[in-house]
Design a protein around this ligand. Structure first.
Ligand code: 5GP
Length: 120
């Protein structure tokens, strides 16, 4: 699998500060911000700062430091948003996964009772 990163995607622009975002947490390796069209009271996107297209790209090619840093950001987002009653983490990938933005992102969704997953 070849991953071609498009540095004009919207999250690359957010990382470069060209587009504003509501930051929830930021570290050397990751940025977490509120989704512009929230599906629940908590809907945060966690993205690595590196140029990775999707979860499988990140899992294959990111350094151990980047991967640990990313997961630490996920932990911080869960702590900050207080999703103690639970949440869902979603990583859409490519066409079958209906991924709109080609920069790896993990949706953290919670703050209310969710339905069972996979309607389609
Ligand atoms: P995907 O379908 O790629 O997994 O989800 C992309 C997500 O990015 C969607 O939930 C969408 O609402 C969100 N999104 C798209 N453009 C922007 C933006 O400019 N700012 C923010 N904060 N979220 C965005």
């Amino acid at each position: 699998m070849q991953f071609d990163y498009d540095d004009q995607n919207i999250f690359a622009k957010i990382l470069r500060g060209e587009i504003p975002n509501k930051t929830v947490y930021e570290s050397d390796h990751a940025l977490a911000f509120e989704d512009i069209q929230p599906q629940a009271p908590v809907h945060v996107l966690v993205i690595p700062k590196g140029a990775y297209v999707s979860l499988d790209h990140f899992a294959r090619d990111a350094s151990p430091e980047e991967q640990v840093g990313f997961m630490q950001a996920v932990a911080e987002v869960c702590r900050i948003t207080g999703v103690d009653d639970g949440f869902r983490a979603i990583a859409n990938a490519r066409t079958h996964g209906v991924q709109d933005v080609p920069h790896f992102h993990l949706h953290i969704i919670g703050g209310r009772q969710l339905g069972r997953m996979l309607q389609g």
